[in-house]
Design a protein around this ligand. Structure first.
Ligand code: TYM
Length: 325
């Protein structure tokens, strides 16, 4: 079983990305052949500062390692270091209808948010994502719910390529969690927690006093009871989900535990639990931020291993398409 997923180096990792994706990656490391990468080419589709961008990529590598990825158990690399991602994207572009890309939810949202800088890359983003996956002949892609549409398109593109040129690319399956697949914003439980709006996020490496402040001011619902009800109580339901996934206690148990308590008491317990659970993450990040050479070595080792698989697929793709090899 070969597993792959990626994350953009646009801001620090938040608890949505962790609970929806990275926590699964950590668990899957011992179950299959895992490939994880930092999607720096994707991040370029919105404005980045060239002076700090490569540092952000390294910091994301540090954060992934601090969240539990083990370079002895999985491959970790930066997308732009393996040139085949861009090469396969171009070939897949030639079989992808523009209409399919224009109806992608993320494209519609981001082209509104960055309306002064809507570039071809923003539209082409899902084709690069398809190339990321199809290069490695992947079985399973663990992602949050927001990536499900991109994964569907990846399957469509793979099938189209195979139909046109003969069976070459493996058609992957998305692995999306039922609970945790979409963690909502603390200040607006009807919106997804998202790096493109940092004010909605609780970051994995936030300091204790920040965690406390963000949880205590999280938007809750009318009423008093601590009960999971996505329609009537989206705020409390989101906090219960976060509590349950970090503590390992089922939501039903938490409802019982806090049956006689009010929202403020529940939030105090949640903040204290998060501060404790995230302490090792913060400690590891501080330590690894001092070890740039080691981090670069890990990424270089990852690049070499990824490149071998990517080059084999590209050779076959070139032959099938009829390019000179
Ligand atoms: P990115 O960097 O936005 O997010 C990384 C992972 O975190 C998940 N996620 C969430 N899950 C639950 N609740 C949330 N609020 C939440 N916010 C983020 C995302 O679904 C994702 O799994 N396009 C991708 C990166 C990418 C990729 C790929 C992923 C590039 N190529 C190939 C898989 C396969 C992205 O922007 O993720």
């Amino acid at each position: 079983m070969r597993i792959l997923s990626g994350i953009q180096p646009t801001d620090s990792i938040h608890i949505g990305g962790y609970l929806g994706a990275i926590k699964q990656w950590v668990e899957l490391q011992s179950k299959g052949e895992c490939i994880f990468f930092i999607a720096d080419l994707h991040a370029l589709t919105v404005p980045q500062d060239p002076k700090t961008f490569s540092q952000k990529t390294l910091e994301t590598a540090v954060e992934l390692l601090s969240s539990g990825l083990d370079p002895e158990k999985c491959v970790i690399f930066a997308q732009s270091q393996v040139k085949e991602h861009a090469e396969l994207t171009w070939i897949l572009n030639t079989i992808t209808p523009i209409g399919e890309l224009e109806r992608m939810i993320q494209y519609k949202e981001k082209s509104k948010q960055f309306k002064d800088s809507v570039n071809v890359g923003l539209l082409d983003y899902p084709v690069l994502q398809a190339a990321d996956i199809l290069l490695y002949q992947i079985d399973s892609v663990p992602v949050g719910k927001d990536q499900a549409q991109h994964l569907e398109l990846t399957k469509t593109i793979a099938e189209k390529f195979n139909q046109k040129y003969g069976k070459t690319l493996k058609v992957p399956e998305a692995l999306v969690l039922g609970i945790g697949g979409k963690i909502m914003a603390l200040n607006d439980p009807l919106k997804k927690m998202s790096k493109s709006s940092p004010e909605t996020c609780l970051f994995l490496f936030d300091e204790p006093e920040i965690i406390k402040k963000k949880i205590m001011t999280a938007v809750t619902d009318t009423g008093k009871t601590i009960k999971y009800d996505l329609v009537k109580k989206p705020g409390i339901s989101n906090l219960l989900t976060i509590y349950s996934l970090f503590s390992g206690e089922p939501i039903k148990e938490l409802e019982k535990k806090f049956a006689a308590k009010g929202y403020a008491d529940f939030k105090k317990h949640l903040a204290a639990m998060l501060i404790e659970k995230l302490e090792p993450f913060r400690r590891k990040k501080k330590e690894l931020m001092q070890r740039e050479v080691y981090i670069k070595e890990i990424l270089e080792r990852g690049r070499k291993r990824a490149e071998i698989i990517a080059q084999a697929t590209m050779l076959e793709v070139r032959q099938k398409v009829g390019l000179l090899v």
